[in-house]
Design a protein around this ligand. Structure first.
Ligand code: CUA
Length: 162
């Protein structure tokens, strides 16, 4: 007799939990990253977004930009400028919609544009994406907020919104 009660209780709580998860997922929009795209960390350049010439800031259309970044210990690769110098700073007009796409060659890194809502974990074999509208002007420092080795504190870059 008691087994039956417990069985019903167990099933009941299972249904309740599923209902809560379902509610959270559908009504509140809290769910894991919807499309997790994978990438071969040994051959990042095979992905169009991460070919050397496509790294850094690209204007898609008026007010819309894409920033492709390859993280590695201990650097964010934002491509090179016309003079062949490594880019460490990107400049984006205020109010632009920006899609950040980032992956890593080696270990887990962080990608946090301090002072904005851009804050991602970058895992080997995956592409992290985040789209945002940059509403405030200023210089924002890109920092790595996942400990990735001895040079962790040296990983940084700058996003200037003007
Ligand atoms: Cu990269 Cu810490």
């Amino acid at each position: 007799k008691y087994e039956k009660i417990w069985l019903i209780f167990g099933l009941g709580s299972l249904i309740l939990f599923l209902a809560i998860i379902g509610f959270a997922a559908f009504y509140k929009g809290t769910h894991p990253q919807s499309h997790i795209e994978t990438i071969d960390p040994q051959n990042i350049e095979a992905n169009e977004n991460f070919k050397p010439e496509n790294l850094g800031l690209t204007k898609v259309e008026e007010g819309k930009y894409v920033v492709n970044i390859v993280a590695s210990a201990f650097n964010y690769d934002l491509g090179i400028d016309e003079k062949g110098k490594r880019v460490n700073k990107i400049r984006i007009p205020k109010g632009s919609k920006v899609l950040f796409q980032i992956t890593t060659k080696d270990v887990v890194h962080g990608f946090n544009v301090a002072g904005t809502n851009v804050n991602m974990m970058v895992e080997p074999g995956h592409i992290s994406r985040y789209e945002t509208t940059l509403k405030n002007t200023g210089e924002f420092t890109i920092v790595c907020n996942e400990y990735c080795g001895l040079g962790h504190h040296l990983m940084f870059g700058t996003v200037e919104v003007y």
